[in-house]
Design a protein around this ligand. Sequence first.
Ligand SMILES: *Cc1c(COP(=O)(O)O)cnc(C)c1O
Length: 368
Amino acid sequence: MEPIKLINGPIADYHAYKDEIKAAIDRVLESGWYILGSETSSFEREFAGYLGLGYGIGVGSGTEALHLCLLACGIGNGDEVVTVSHTAVATVAAIELCGATPVLVDIDPETYTIDPAQLAKAVTRKTKAVIPVHLYGHPADMKSITAIAKDHGLYVIEDCAQSHGASYGGRMTGGWGDIAAFSFYPTKNMGALGDGGFIATSRPELAEKARMLREYGWRQRYMSEIAGFNSRLDELQSAVLRVKLAHLDEGNDKRIAVARQYDQLLAGSGLVLPREKWGVRHVYHQYVIRSRQRDALKAYLKGHGVDALIHYPVPVHLQQAYRGRIKCQGKLAMTEEICHEILSLPMHPHLTSDQVEKISALIRNFPE
Ligand SMILES: *Cc1c(COP(=O)(O)O)cnc(C)c1O
């Protein structure tokens, strides 16, 4: 079989919206205003509005968004924050950045998101917050999580870096907790042309604190009321993101269509396919399958021009930087089992049905 030619999501997105993106960039270049101007404030209003939330704050990255969310909630030294080990290292790094102690728990085997029963077990007198991660674009079990958080007086900080436009029970991810963090890393469902992040909330006091923290603790220019940072989303990225936001739902619909096609073509192949819980809009940041021959399958696909990635090959608690010192709730059995089996198939809104067919045929022909 001939190698399959694929391009990556960020370049496909650029080609699809080239004229709009170039016009947006040109608008900023000609404006002479490059940091915290009308593009960023318009984007903040538009994306917060899209999420159904009152406040939006553009920041430098998803990691910084999480960090500032934690600080806005007053979390720091001596506090524990519960999250998963099966996530981007950034989720855990942000907890340590604010001086708090991460406590990692196991995941639900169907959605790969935090197991609420394990969250409940992990809560101690020191626990101040939980960070559910809507991994791969599938919302975490927010009804159970918010109920547990309410019982114990915990903040809920949603990690929406992979779930732009996903919803659970008719409400967008980011609208279930106290405050939410987004990333605009180029490969995310809504990607910038560089780094970027976002904080969204319906709570004015958290929004105000986060907004101050992003720029030297200022409410008023040059007047630092609290010790802050420099973590700003710039005008160029904001202008590009306004274009991307206008295409987000359409892009997610196409991802879902790609997922449906994989579902159909890979049914009965012996692979474990992604599942969707009732009442969710899964936006397929990744389409993740499981195979006992994962490494061989990955190499075989690579040999035919198909780059399938692993998200993530090593759970955070087994990474060199964290191993042995990070606090875990019991054995993270599911986390440790699936990391040897998961494989993310090519997924972005601009894959053609012909490409999905070829990739699926290749997988079906994999000699076991
Ligand atoms: C990408 C990602 C982040 C970090 O975002 P950056 O913009 O790269 O800092 C955090 N959490 C999850 C789940 C992510 O996928």
